[in-house]
Ligand binder design. Structure first.
Ligand code: HEM
Length: 463
């Protein structure tokens, strides 16, 4: 057994300007900086404040397992946002599965699970297909689109419809817009959470009140007439002892599900279509597979879910450009990480991005090779786009189904070609910060790889 070593001996970068400067480099170029840390300092790396490590990066499957299976030591932290709990906005934000711990988390997850059972998710497939067809029809007279913006529009519509079962178009767009605006304003609002007119907090509170009223009205409708959407399932879910989710909890969970679900899936779809546009031979194999198996009919859900090239494309995109590329926890007590002692209140990062690029796990890790998924079967700590352990994404199979159906429908109507020399640079949330301009071409077109600029060129091997 190896001896435990003090956290003071964890290797890491020095900076004359302190750990904040190192974090700045990390946020600016998340993958490249993490890769440099990993290659230069090894599997455990610290940025320090005085003697203490303020942020520790732990790279690789063993550390992922250790962090994600010990929630008593490595807790999800709420310290990023600081919102008063006794307002409608606080209620919406803190009634959130990711921020719950222990028994409470278990109970809520148990009550929410029926909404995400395979059979239940299959019911959402018609909405997923129809809304994608509708968007494809809206593009009919366009030659060029900003793909990330369009994918966000689509996943937002799918989220509102499958979560709330809202069938009124105008109400659907309004709710999606309200939630998206509220999410965007949360960080700014939490910097000075005082309710003074014209401040970001005041505006966010106003938005939260409007949304709260809308969700309450929908809950009242669904209490009278149960439907098959996620919110209906949550309203009618109960434990063996009859306990149910309260109205505040229902509102909080609806908000979280929307926020957690739509942007991640939009980014994942954007990168899948980008990678396909850069790999015409894979695109060809995929469209052949879709045409052969479905003959133009994507409503045969069972078939779509089992297509090997489609499965490989989705998993390989999630491996190379995971929408959640890094996860974070905070130590709740002094504890060991590998052979190091870690003090209480240390921020600990685990990295999907680096784990997914370890050459021993994935040969030619920087290349897009969907066919690898026909022969490899990584463990949950080696491939973790949806994280692992108790907080593993509750919507992972929802997202997988959505990605497959959206890709199958869109590729029936169009080929996507990135505008030549576009600057493609993902940020830490894996959103392309300068957008993703693409040309829409008919499905009969032959696609050639377009030259692109930006940090994406250092993140994947396009040769
Ligand atoms: C490609 C799409 C998605 C990705 C990459 C993704 C990724 C993740 C990750 C990495 C976590 C865990 C974070 C952690 O351990 O710190 C998570 C949790 C969560 N996700 Fe997703 N997600 C996606 C789609 C969705 C969808 C569609 C929904 C719901 C409709 C959803 C709802 C949630 C919820 C509620 C949690 C918290 C679970 C818990 O704490 O028990 N996600 N997701």
């Amino acid at each position: 057994m190896e001896a435990i070593t003090s956290s003071q001996s964890i290797p890491g970068p020095k900076s004359a300007l302190g750990w904040r400067m190192n974090l700045f480099h990390f946020f600016r170029r998340p993958l490249l900086y993490q890769r440099w840390l990993h290659q230069t300092f090894g599997n455990v790396v610290a940025m320090r404040q005085g003697d203490k490590p303020s942020h520790v990066f732990a790279f690789g499957a063993d550390y992922n397992r250790q962090i994600l299976t010990n929630p008593d030591f490595f807790e999800v932290s709420t310290s990023l946002l600081n919102l008063p709990k006794d307002t409608v906005m606080g209620e919406m934000f803190y009634n959130n599965l990711l921020l719950m711990r222990g028994e409470k988390h278990k109970q809520h997850r148990r009550l929410m699970m029926p909404a995400f059972h395979q059979q239940q998710i299959e019911r959402y497939s018609t909405d997923m297909v129809n809304l994608t067809r509708q968007l494809a029809a809206e593009w009919r007279n366009k030659e060029e689109i900003e793909l990330n913006h369009e994918m966000k529009k689509l996943t937002q519509r799918i989220a509102v419809k499958t979560l709330f079962g809202v069938y009124d178009e105008a109400r659907l767009e309004r709710m999606g817009d309200q939630i998206a605006r509220l999410t965007k304003s949360l960080l700014l609002a939490s910097l000075a959470p005082v309710d003074i007119p014209l401040t970001p907090y005041h505006r966010a509170l106003h938005l939260a009140r409007e949304l709260h009223a809308d969700i309450c009205a929908i809950i009242a409708e669904k209490q009278r007439t149960p439907e098959t959407d996620v919110l209906s399932t949550l309203i009618h879910a109960h434990d063996e002892d009859g306990s149910r989710l309260t109205e505040a909890e229902l509102i909080g969970h609806s908000f979280t599900l929307f926020v957690a679900g739509h942007e991640t899936t939009a980014n994942a779809l954007t990168w899948s279509l980008f990678l396909l546009s850069q790999h015409p031979e894979t695109l060809y194999q995929l469209t052949e597979e879709l045409e052969g198996a479905l003959g133009g009919d994507v409503t045969t859900l069972a078939k779509v879910m089992k297509l090997p090239v489609l499965e490989g494309v989705v998993k390989e995109s999630l491996r190379l450009l995971p929408p959640a590329g890094i996860g974070t926890r905070r130590t709740a007590a002094p504890c060991a990480l590998g052979t190091y002692d870690i003090p209480e209140n240390t921020n600990v990062f685990f990295s999907q991005m680096i784990t997914h690029r370890i050459p021993d796990l994935y040969r030619e890790p920087d290349r897009f090779r969907p066919e690898r998924w026909q022969t490899i079967k990584p463990t949950p700590y080696e491939f973790l786009p949806f994280s692992a352990g108790m907080h593993m994404c509750i919507g992972w199979n929802f997202a997988m189904q959505e990605m497959k159906l959206v890709l199958a429908v869109l590729l029936q109507h169009y080929r996507f070609s990135v505008v030549p020399h576009a600057k493609i640079t993902p940020n830490i949330q894996m959103r392309p910060v300068h957008g993703m301009p693409v040309r829409l071409l008919p499905p009969s077109s032959a696609i050639e790889r377009s030259p692109v600029r930006g940090t994406i060129r250092q993140m994947i091997d396009l040769n």
